[in-house]
Design a protein around this ligand. Structure first.
Ligand code: PMV
Length: 326
């Protein structure tokens, strides 16, 4: 059967950075994210007898062998559950730049999990889909759901409780995020390498893990009370701790470029003028500005003055992964 699914990217407000089990891809901490309407991956999967291996076409071109193998390894999990030996043709399109810290693996593996499970005849609950998507990429577990989503680290060794849950759907609080693209280059250090190196070499890693519990609690509370200042402060705290952790690894990991730093200062400057805006940054140099809809045009106009920004994408809360017609 041929199946197509769409899944949206998500940006973490409380970050995941570090694994408690590498083979099962179990996170060491929980995380909380917002699923984004404007950024998505659309993926079609068809299992059949003719391909001699899994074939992945990404944004119109045959994917490189490394990405194709990663997708094939992921499909092995589905083949094992469905009891099939057939290979698949996968066609996947992102409507945003791939691999530059814009969470393409989150929407990518969430869409692949849903499309491939359905194409293989599996009827999985959202929790089991989230568990499956996690095996592809930790953040993908969250993209199964829309709106505000919490990833649970779980305690079971098999990882069946390391799944995401929805806190509030996409209509709950119409926040916005401005994504400022400062570079279109592929990141040099992927998130898995970056987080493993941080866990193995940074003296700050135990403190990062221990302090995440309070951040998750404060973020849940901020979201449920729609307290924008608390949400922004905790989001920046988690983001800067994650980047501080990466910087304290050996050798140090620095995801930012000079424009990233300039934009952090600019957002702080806006706050000093009374404009509520906070930044978050993932494993790349892009800045995401968290804002309220009534301020987003003013914030965009101010930040647009800074030279070097390649693109600004305005995003808002979006839905969970879903099947669509081809
Ligand atoms: O899911 P991965 O392996 O792409 O890691 C995601 C890491 C961050 O984006 C930096 C943080 C997060 O929680 O999304």
């Amino acid at each position: 059967m041929k199946t197509t699914a769409i899944a949206h990217a998500n940006i973490a407000l409380v970050k995941y950075w570090g694994k408690r089990d590498a083979a099962l891809n179990l996170p060491a901490t929980g995380s909380i994210s917002l699923t984004l309407k404007e950024l998505f991956t659309k993926t079609t999967v068809e299992f059949s007898d003719d391909p001699a291996q899994d074939e992945l076409t990404l944004n119109g071109e045959r994917a490189n062998p490394k990405d194709e193998q990663r997708a094939g390894k992921f499909l092995n999990l589905i083949r094992a559950q469905a009891g099939t030996g057939q290979f698949a043709r996968i066609t996947s399109e992102n409507n945003f730049p791939t691999g530059a810290g814009l969470a393409s693996s989150a929407s990518g593996f969430a869409a692949l999990a849903l499309a491939a499970a359905h194409a293989a005849g599996l009827n999985l609950s959202p929790a089991r889909l989230s568990e499956l998507a996690r095996r592809g990429s930790g953040s993908a577990a969250r993209s199964i759901f829309g709106g505000f989503v919490e990833m649970k680290p779980g305690v079971l060794p098999d990882g069946s409780d390391a799944v995401a849950v929805q806190l509030h759907d996409e209509t709950f609080w119409p926040l916005e995020m401005l994504i400022l693209i400062t570079s279109a280059a592929e990141k040099e250090i992927g998130s898995t390498t970056g987080m493993n190196r941080s866990a193995e070499t940074s003296p700050y890693y135990p403190a990062w893990v221990a302090s995440s519990v309070a951040d998750l609690e404060a973020m849940r509370d901020a979201i449920s009370r729609k307290d924008f200042q608390q949400l922004g402060e905790i989001a920046e705290f988690s983001c800067f701790k994650m980047h501080g952790l990466a910087l304290s690894a050996r050798p140090a990991i620095l995801y930012w470029n000079s424009l990233t730093v300039e934009l952090i200062h600019a957002v702080r400057g806006l706050r000093q003028k009374g404009i509520p805006a906070y930044v978050t940054i993932d494993a790349g140099p892009q800045i995401k500005v968290i804002c309220l809809p009534e301020y987003s045009e003013q914030i965009r106009a101010a930040l647009e003055q800074i030279s070097g920004i390649r693109q600004i994408i305005k995003t808002s809360p979006g839905p969970g992964a879903r099947l669509v017609e081809d």
